[in-house]
Design a binder for this molecule. Structure first.
Ligand code: NDP
Ligand code: ZN
Length: 355
């Protein structure tokens, strides 16, 4: 079968591979809608997780079940499914401790294009199908469904980890698709004032629709100073970090009040060595004693998460299609969609490829 792969750091291309084999509890899925992710860009062009050779890319997919193993109970060939970007081993030790995305080591629940071939193939493998697939609800569009797999799950995690309470003031640093879902999640969790930081006009428009009350451009001066000024020097209760480079944590610390949570969604792209560090400002972190927590997380995966997010869409709480700015038709357009994700033109939030 054909797949679009990372050949090595900095190089992508089409390759031929054997169709994956289905274990007794697994499924083989044929994709019907795919989306590239900024994380694919970090992985390929920044070598963020190290070299991967001839590894099929992609982790955002909706599809049709083609084959299931003997022990799979709830899915059969022909079923239309949402496939979470993160497909944990649900019988592992990390799951029992409550961290399914980290099964088998840091970010181990992220298997696609990390430890095994991703979803940009004619077929792909799903481990533990009963736990890692969700039925596509009747009437839900492919475009909406593929936004659930990673963007909604990650962005909403950002809001969940920011400790938002009714009336909290929240800043969302970066309003690509992940940050936009952070804005939507903050609103649903009851935030009062929501600062959205970004400049792409299309993102600003959608941020307002998702509940942003204030728009800040990081190009108009120091982001934290702008937010501190707007809050009379007080700062914010929670920060959702979803854009920029490692220095963005300096902004987050500066605008965070005591007791606030800095919830990081970012995939920091460069540097493999043990001496490659990420900056924190000693003073704004109260010399390490400021009661400002930094919380990290990888996109939550699995079936229940997908079903709950799908309910938010089905029952009108969130319209993820607003983020789909570019639609391609045909498997061979994956390459163009990924290139677009790399270039990030001003009118882009997220491209989707329909097959
Ligand atoms: P985008 O590149 O589409 O969006 C980034 C946003 O950050 C844009 O709004 C951009 O503004 C803004 N930005 C850039 N520089 C700054 C700055 N200095 N200060 C404030 N904002 C800034 O990214 P995505 O939404 O696709 O992804 C966001 C991050 O989440 C990526 O690192 C991605 O890899 C990661 N990710 C993490 C996952 C996880 O499981 N934790 C899962 C999926 C993604 P502008 O409007 O000017 O472009
Ligand atoms: Zn992703």
């Amino acid at each position: 079968m054909k797949g679009f792969a990372m050949l090595k750091i900095g190089e992508v291309g089409w390759i031929e591979k054997d169709r994956p084999k289905c274990g007794p509890r697994d499924a083989i899925v044929r994709p019907t809608a795919l989306a590239p992710c900024t994380s694919d860009v970090h992985t390929v062009w920044e070598g963020a997780i190290g070299d991967r050779h001839n590894m099929i890319l992609g982790h955002e997919a909706v599809g049709i079940v083609d084959e299931v193993g003997d022990e799979v109970k709830d899915f059969k060939p022909g079923d239309r499914v949402i496939v979470p970007a993160i497909t944990p081993d649900w019988d592992s030790e990390a799951v029992q401790r409550g961290y399914p995305s980290q099964t088998g080591g840091p970010c181990g629940g992220w298997k696609y294009s990390n430890f095994k071939d991703g979803v940009f193939g004619e077929y792909f493998h799903v481990n533990l199908a009963d736990n890692n697939l969700a039925h596509l609800p009747e009437g839900m569009s492919q475009e909406a469904a593929v936004m659930i797999t990673d963007m909604m799950s990650t962005g909403f995690m950002g809001a969940e980890n920011a400790g938002i309470e009714l009336g909290s003031t929240v800043a969302v640093l970066g309003i690509g698709a992940v940050g936009l879902c952070g804005v939507a999640g903050a609103k649903l969790l009851g935030a009062g004032r929501i600062f959205a930081v970004g400049t792409r006009p299309i993102s600003v428009e959608v941020a307002k629709k998702y509940g942003a009350t204030d728009i800040i451009s990081y190009k108009n001066g120091d982001t934290a100073d702008q937010i501190l000024e707007a809050t009379d020097g007080v700062g914010v209760d929670g920060v959702i970090v979803s854009g920029g480079g490692p220095e963005i944590l300096l902004d987050a610390l500066k605008m965070a009040k005591a007791g606030s949570k800095i919830s990081n969604n970012n995939y920091f792209g460069k540097g493999q060595g043990e001496k490659d560090t990420i900056p924190l400002c000693r003073v704004n972190w109260g010399f390490g004693m400021a009661d400002k927590d930094i919380i990290t997380g990888l996109c939550p995966g699995g079936r229940t998460r997908m079903e709950r997010l799908a309910d938010l869409v089905t029952y009108g709480r969130m319209d993820p299609e607003l983020m789909v700015t570019h639609t391609f038709k045909g498997f061979d357009k994956i390459e163009d969609a990924l290139e677009l994700m790399r270039e990030k033109p001003r009118d882009l939030i997220k491209p989707v490829v329909l097959l």
